[in-house]
Design a protein around this ligand. Structure first.
Ligand code: ADP
Length: 512
């Protein structure tokens, strides 16, 4: 009945009580009626209060419900927004992952053409597009597609013709940065045709322009659903294009360095072949020279032996007595014949060792005897020049090699030391073991050798450009022969010298 109903009942009860008391005398009946009425009134008053409270409660519930309803709507709105943001984030994450994967693929592309073939369906989809084209331009009006996603080759060719005819290709290749094409903004008919040919309602296109100049272009398209972040698309496409441009630069550099390396390798091979040919010629020439020297030396030795023989026969007086001047001349003939024989022998030996016709013995040589026999040969020269001779063998007891030839080596070196050291100087012959090698040194306090002569010292017939060589006789063959003998023993020889102070010749020989 409501709050107003209760008030009406209460009013009627009071009215009836008042009517009942009117014109009548107070009686028990009247009092009972009045009490009944008052009770009803009290009851109705209580009811009315309860109803009022219910009403207030109801209002409060209604308000709470309205509030809840608004909050629920707000939550749903926020949830939808969150869902969109999540979707956008997922898309961007997928794009970034694709960029990363593509970046790695691009890094290993060795040729620019390869780079243009790397755009695939996965990358295009992850970028939030359904169609993708990546092409190479060798000039401002040529385009060859390397990657096609979601579009057939004939469709792509039609698109190429449109890009060329409309001048869009030139625009793309001349201005860096992506261009967005969508129906709302495609007032340019060329853009509208582009969307139609691509079969999409939204497209991003950009030129691939490294520092060296434009090399191609990229087109991506999709049916636009509206809510996608175009700014993000632009950013991603810019990053992708930069990555492609960098890879093209890198692959071009790689290709360039590869080509240069190939050219260098070819040159090295050519030079090596040429050198090998020249070397073969030199080996042949050297052999011819050795053969010639051997033959000539051999032919010279026989008549020389005859000259020496006849000279000594004449000198012995068998064919009649000779006057002193005649004997003196004959001795000179003998001496020069000896020098010539020695010269020829040296020449012959060098030729023989070079051609491998002399093999070195590999014998153990007792040092004591070895030194004595050398001293026997050189002591007349040492004494004649009053030179001090010191031997330091540092406990070495034996040498390994060919006794005769090694004696020749050290007699030669010591004879040179004697020849080129002025009277009163000193000569030292040292032996020392170092691991598996024997070091033999011949040191003198002589005239020394000019630095510029050192590299040629062991060549045949080479004599240092020193005035002392005008006075000291020599052929320039001694050191050449020494070097050949040492090398035939698998050893080495080196010289250290200072002009005016002396020289040291160091021979290293294996001890096993
Ligand atoms: P040569 O018969 O002229 O001595 P070598 O081949 O033995 O021929 O020596 C070549 C040249 O090296 C010599 O002419 C000389 O100029 C120089 N030479 C060799 N040994 C010495 C040395 N101990 N001191 C100075 N010069 C030397």
């Amino acid at each position: 009945m409501g709050v107003y109903g209760n008030y009406i009942v209460l009013f009627i009860a009071i009215l009836l009580a008042w009517v009942a008391t009117l014109g009548t005398e107070f009686s028990v009946q009247a009092i009972g009626l009045a009490v009944g009425l008052l009770g009803s009134i009290a009851y109705l008053a209580v009811k009315a209060e309860a109803a009022r409270r219910h009403l207030a409660e109801l209002q409060r519930l209604r308000d709470a419900y309205t509030q809840l309803d608004q909050q629920a709507k707000h939550i749903i709105r926020t949830d939808v927004e969150l869902h969109h943001t999540q979707e956008e984030l997922d898309r961007r994450l997928a794009s970034l992952m694709s960029l990363h994967v593509l970046g790695r693929q691009l890094q290993v592309s060795l040729r620019p053409e390869e780079v243009f073939s790397k755009l695939d369906a996965a990358v295009v989809t992850n970028f939030g597009f359904s169609k993708g084209l990546l092409g190479m331009s060798r000039s401002l009006d040529t385009l060859e597609w390397g990657s096609l996603v979601g579009i057939t080759r004939p469709e792509a060719e039609e698109l190429t013709s449109h890009l060329q005819r409309s001048g869009l290709l030139k625009q793309l290749l001349s201005h860096p940065g992506p261009t967005i094409v969508k129906p709302s903004s495609a007032t340019d008919p060329a853009h509208q045709t582009l969307l139609k040919l691509l079969g999409v309602s939204f497209a991003v296109m950009t030129g691939v322009i490294p520092h060296t100049g434009p090399v191609g272009c990229l087109l991506l398209g999709r049916m636009d659903s509206g809510g996608i972040n175009i700014k993000a698309d632009e950013e991603l496409v810019s990053i992708l294009t930069n990555q492609i441009a960098t890879s093209i630069e890198n692959s071009a550099l790689y290709e360039q360095s590869w080509t240069t390396q190939q050219a260098l390798e070819r040159k090295v091979q050519d030079r090596t072949r040429e050198l090998a040919e020249v070397n073969a010629v030199l080996v042949r020439l050297n052999k011819s020279k050795s053969d010639f020297v051997s033959a000539v030396s051999h032919e010279l030795r026989t008549p020389l032996a005859a000259i020496k023989g006849y000279a000594s026969l004449l000198g012995s007086g068998q064919f009649g007595g000779l006057a002193d001047p005649q004997v003196e001349r004959i001795r000179k003939i003998e001496k020069h014949a000896d020098l010539l024989t020695q010269f020829i022998n040296n020449l012959l030996d060098i030729a023989r060792i070079e051609s491998g016709r002399i093999t070195m013995e590999h014998a153990s040589i007792p040092v004591e005897e070895f030194l004595t026999s050398i001293h026997d040969v050189i002591h007349p020269q040492l004494d004649a020049k009053h030179l001090q001779y010191v031997v330091d063998r540092d406990g070495v007891k034996e040498l390994l090699g060919d006794t005769q030839h090694l004696q020749r080596v050290f007699v030669n070196l010591l004879s040179n030391a004697i020849k080129y050291t002025p009277e009163g100087g000193s000569i030292r012959f040292g032996l020392k073991r170092e691991g598996n090698t024997l070091l033999a040194t011949v040191t003198d306090t002589g005239c020394g050798i000019p630095k510029e002569d050192l590299p040629k010292l062991f060549q045949e017939f080479y004599r240092a450009n020193d005035p002392i060589n005008q006075q000291v006789r020599g052929t320039g063959l001694g050191l050449a022969l020494v070097k050949r003998i040492i090398e035939a023993h698998h050893g080495q020889i080196a010289v250290d010298s200072e002009k005016g102070k002396g020289s040291t010749f160091t021979v290293t020989l294996p001890t096993t």
